[in-house]
Design a binder for this molecule. Structure first.
Ligand code: PEP
Ligand code: MN
Length: 631
């Protein structure tokens, strides 16, 4: 059952309720959500709900109708995000786990680790105990294999996952792996589930060869009931009458699981198809269908692999798949999860005092804004966000050290440059750009609960939001767009109005934050609608690793060919320019600053040399930042 606590409950009452439930024989989990805190209580006993409802601090008690309780979406509305070291699985990320079917040798594993890491995998796989159909097939290297797997992972900074096949290995394996894998053949090995569950470690739980979705979630329930909250479900194909592929990949399990459970779901296209050429198409399909990630078999030499060679990708095929996934992910509003080494370094500061501030990031708008979404998709979920009224306040907050970073939009793919932020960068020489992030903008028509499309007359949103949904507003003759200072702010205002004839255009996060109803999803005229954000910080705190992009400004004297000469230097140095914008210089009518963003060649000395040359023939040259973007 779910016990919803009153918002103003004190810790004494909380403890009392918890002890009361435990004494009755329930296992109790506290779940702190955005809107409310609840206790999930599960057990074999049944109890008269009224006995709980009368306890001080209890708001409501709701039964869970499904046989799986802890795994159920009824218990926890928010998606579970499974942390594995610095990597996170779930939420708006696409996390890719890769590596060979089995650990075969040190050389093979180190090669595989390097290859998958370079292509962008965030976790390394490798079986040390192989549950093979034939007792005469290679059975795996056992503990020796796990040692190699761990070392290979460490050599490239990747956490590792490996399959556990028996309860006797639980403690031994804990020394070597970051995540246990429970294989398809063991999905209903309940003793194994119980033993693994007690360790409280993350688990990849594969779907059984002929398991229904309910049986699969019951297996997750076993793990959770015994103490493991961090379960990653893995669809790996089921047995059907079809024999062309090794199994039949049940992609529809993805949305079904997402409706029934809060747990993340990844897909294994390798075991699902058994055929190398089918792996990439199904991997892309899985991500398009909403999977939180993939586990893919990649081998440095698949032709000589000791197991599952025919379904293992060559490293170059994996590299291509990762690039395709990178292009696909933003289309569905997601980001490829990366090992966060390319983020500005001070995010990961270990200094306690700095650490607190470093987790606080400024944005313009109110909670639920697209900029806030950009913060979480760039920095992850465990940072706090600091809403500011105006863009200028974001710069001030960073400059004053109240926040370590700011995230500001600089360009929309449909509406163009957000000049105000470019101008602010020019005005604040002590602020630098340390990163760049692209987000797909999906607008929704949002109303108060109970409102409907037919009833909406006034629609509030930022002028950009209204412009980007012009066709939709035009089509609905009764609707009138009313400019508001920001999109999420319009939803907050809607809540205050509480009028079913009023709507707002904003992201779905805003609807969630203010508990409003999405009347129609994705109403933007052009779905290829992206906004680019800059990550800014104080220049004296900015440190970068291995930059591949730079933003800089300069002005030129008023003479023929002045700009051309500067651009020619870039062209001659083989530097690709990806943005050029001119901005009026304040106080100097008809004089302009040029803002440029360029790709840095592998050898960044070429850029430094070009800058010196540009500096010689231009004025006020200033580098706004050199940083790394995932291309
Ligand atoms: C594996 O991942 O190596 C494996 C054996 O997969 P499954 O349990 O899905 O067959
Ligand atoms: Mn395999």
């Amino acid at each position: 059952m779910i016990i919803i606590l009153k918002q103003d409950i004190n810790s004494r009452d909380k403890e009392y309720i918890q002890n009361f439930l435990k004494n009755q024989g329930f296992k109790v989990r506290e779940i702190i959500g955005d809107q409310e805190t609840i206790f999930g209580a599960v057990g074999r006993i049944s109890i008269d709900f009224r006995k709980i409802e009368i306890l001080p601090g209890v708001s409501r008690v709701i039964p869970i109708s499904k046989p799986y309780k802890l795994a159920s979406r009824e218990l926890k509305k928010e998606n579970t995000i499974v942390p594995v070291g610095r990597v996170k699985i779930g939420g708006n990320r696409v996390a890719v786990i890769a590596g060979p079917c089995a650990v075969e040798s040190r050389e093979q594993m180190f090669k595989a680790a390097k290859a998958v890491r370079e292509s962008g995998a965030v976790m390394l796989r490798g079986g040390a105990f192989k549950p093979r159909t034939s007792p005469y097939s290679f059975q795996g290297m056992g503990e020796e294999g796990l040692k190699i797997l761990k070392e290979a992972g460490e050599s490239v900074g990747l956490p590792v996952v490996s399959e556990i096949v028996g309860t006797q290995y639980v403690d031994m394996m804990k020394e070597y792996v970051d995540v246990y894998q429970i294989g398809a053949r063991n999905m209903q090995n309940f003793e194994l589930l119980k033993a693994v569950g007690t360790k409280g470690m993350p688990v990849v739980l594969k779907r059984g060869l002929s398991a229904t979705i309910e049986e699969w979630l019951m297996a997750a329930e076993y793990l959770m009931a015994h103490g493991s909250d961090n379960i990653i479900l893995c669809e790996r194909g089921i047995r059907t009458f079809e024999t062309y592929t090794r199994n039949t990949l049940d992609l529809s399990a993805i949305p079904v699981i997402q409706k029934l459970s809060h747990l993340p779901i990844i897909v294994d296209p390798s075991h699902a198809t058994g055929l190398r050429a089918k792996v990439a198409p199904m991997a892309l399909a899985a991500i398009a269908a909403g999977a939180d990630g993939l586990i893919v078999e990649v081998h440095p030499d698949p032709d000589n692999a000791l197991s599952d060679g025919p379904q293992s990708l060559y490293p170059e095929e994996f590299e291509k798949l990762m690039r395709d996934l990178q292009a696909l992910s933003p289309v569905i509003g997601k980001e490829i999860e990366r090992i966060p080494e390319n983020r500005p370094i001070n995010v990961r500061s270990t200094d306690k005092a700095v650490d607190y501030i470093d987790k606080n990031i400024a944005f313009q708008g109110v909670s639920g804004a697209y900029s806030e979404k950009a913060i979480h998709s760039y920095f992850g979920d465990d940072v706090t966000t600091s809403p500011q009224t105006e863009f200028k306040d974001v710069f001030e907050s960073v400059l004053q050290g109240e926040t370590a970073f700011g995230v500001v939009p600089v360009e929309n793919s449909l509406a163009g440059t957000i000049n105000e932020n470019i101008d602010l960068l020019l005005r604040y020489p002590d602020i630098s750009v340390v990163g760049e992030h692209k987000l797909r903008i999906v607008h929704n028509l949002i109303g108060v609960p109970g409102s409907s499309l037919e009833g909406i007359r006034k629609v509030y949103s930022h002028p950009q939001g209204l412009a980007q949904c012009a066709d939709f507003i035009e089509k609905h003759k009764n609707m009138e767009g009313i400019p508001f200072y920001d999109t999420a702010g319009a939803v907050a205002y809607l809540k205050k109005l509480n009028d079913p004839s009023c709507g707002a255009i904003a992201g779905k996060e805003a609807a969630r934050v203010y508990d409003m109803h999405i009347i129609k999803e994705s109403i933007e005229t052009n779905p290829r609608n992206y906004t680019k954000f800059f990550i800014i910080t104080r220049t004296d705190k900015a440190k970068f690793e291995d930059p591949n992009r730079a933003a800089f400004v300069f002005s030129t004297p008023d003479k023929p060919g002045a700009l051309f000469s500067c651009l020619k230097i870039l062209a001659d140095s083989g530097i690709n320019m990806n943005k050029l914008e001119s901005r009026p210089i304040q106080g100097k009518p008809w004089q302009y600053m040029f803002f440029l963003s360029v790709d840095l060649p592998g050898e960044s000395k070429a850029f430094d040399a070009a800058l010196i040359q540009i500096g010689n023939i231009s004025e006020d040259l200033r580098v706004l930042g050199k940083y790394r973007v995932e291309q």
